[in-house]
Design a protein around this ligand. Structure first.
Ligand SMILES: *[C@@H]1O[C@H](CO)[C@@H](O)[C@H](O)[C@H]1NC(C)=O
Length: 368
């Protein structure tokens, strides 16, 4: 049947040919050929726009479907989960009162922080009077803060609780960190699911390096430990333990076996466990080097829990000490590698559990 030969602006009668200069009976092309003078390129362009349009329509449809009202029940049980809803901060500080001031001003406002114990190891100065500091906090917030005056300036004091710890959960922190209260609560909820683990924000990787007999050598291949392997090298093997001090190694390998105690949740029972597990010699070793108390705690916990993995909570926070602290430099990494060797001697093996677990707040992750 012949089509009537009428003309509409921009249209021409269908003749089964011609999309640009091409002739074929492809349905899409022939349809597009109804547009006068459109090239093949334009036909594909139109098709792409069509597909993207469909996708957007689908997404907006999904979004509309998702947009029904959800009445979330309270996210914590009436008693706040197995360990209650509050936790205790223990903060290590040393002659950085400006940092400490900022620290207290922030964390004392967090509603679920029940107490802040400032570990005062400074033998040269008495702790300040909070009233003199005039931190803008309410009386109730100020009353959370207590100074724990230590008789020595040992690094192990971080875990030496002289004041009673009022909650099962301890949040161990350095004074140069500022972490949003919400982020703390999220990490605390994860700790409630894994109270036998160190749950924190700063993962690190300790490995055995079979290629360096003497210590850290930049650029050398690192022989990684498989998860659960942990036994380290056989007796007499040449090599050394390496502490990979930078986060980039965790990022690259996607694995870690240490959570630093400068920023982690742990059970209060682990504080005394630290002193009952480690020999006076090891405690002295840590004192002498003013280093490695965090790695030692990871050993103590891993050994005590028979290999329960640490948990890394990924979150944004501010670390004011990152540039200036002692945690920089090759020497620091080498010394910590040596610490690992010393601890392996103590525990009989590299009993740390290597894991790739990462906990993320789903409300803050993109797309998935
Ligand atoms: C490691 O754990 C075992 C088993 O609980 C215990 O007997 C041993 O004393 C622990 N080692 C150290 C160094 O704490």
């Amino acid at each position: 049947m012949r089509r009537p030969n009428h003309r509409v602006a921009g249209w021409k009668p269908f003749d089964g040919l011609e999309c640009g200069r091409r002739t074929d009976n492809n349905c899409f092309l022939s349809l597009a050929s109804r547009f006068r003078g459109w090239s093949t390129k334009k036909c594909y362009y139109l098709f792409a726009v069509f597909i993207v349009g469909c996708l957007l329509l689908h997404l907006s449809h999904t979004a509309l479907q998702m947009n029904f009202r959800v009445d979330f029940l309270p996210t914590t049980s009436p008693t706040g989960g197995p360990f209650g809803s509050t936790y205790t901060i223990r903060v290590n500080t040393f002659r950085r009162n400006d940092m400490l001031k900022r620290f207290l001003g922030h964390f004392a406002r967090c509603p679920n922080v029940q107490a802040i114990q400032v570990i005062w190891s400074d033998q040269g100065y008495d702790p300040p009077s909070l009233m003199d500091w005039a931190i803008p906090l309410s009386t109730q917030e100020l009353s959370k803060v207590a100074f724990e005056v230590q008789p020595t300036d040992s690094l192990n004091n971080r875990f030496r609780a002289l004041l009673p710890v009022p909650t099962p959960a301890v949040l161990s922190l350095d004074d140069d960190l500022v972490i949003p209260c919400e982020t703390l609560d999220f990490a605390y909820s994860i700790w409630q699911a894994a109270p036998q683990s160190l749950v924190g924000f700063t993962p690190r990787l300790v490995t055995w390096d079979g290629e360096t007999a003497s210590g850290v050598v930049a650029g050398k291949k690192v022989t990684e430990l498989e998860a659960g392997e942990g036994a380290g090298p056989g007796p007499g093997a040449a090599g050394s333990y390496r502490y990979l001090s930078s986060f980039k190694h965790v990022w690259w390998h996607g694995r870690y076996n240490v959570i630093l105690t400068k920023c982690c949740f742990l059970h209060r029972d682990f504080l005394s466990l630290y002193f009952s597990s480690l020999t006076p010699e090891v405690l002295q070793y840590i004192d002498d080097r003013r280093n490695c108390e965090d790695i030692a705690m990871q050993f103590v916990v891993a050994n005590h829990t028979r290999g329960a993995p640490p948990v890394w909570v990924q979150a944004r926070f501010t670390d004011y000490g990152q540039k200036s602290g002692i945690s920089q430099g090759e020497d620091h990494a080498r010394e910590r590698g040596a610490c690992v060797g010393r601890l392996v001697k103590e525990f009989g093996s590299l009993c740390l559990t290597t894991t790739s677990l990462k906990a993320i707040d789903a409300r803050r992750s993109w797309i998935w």
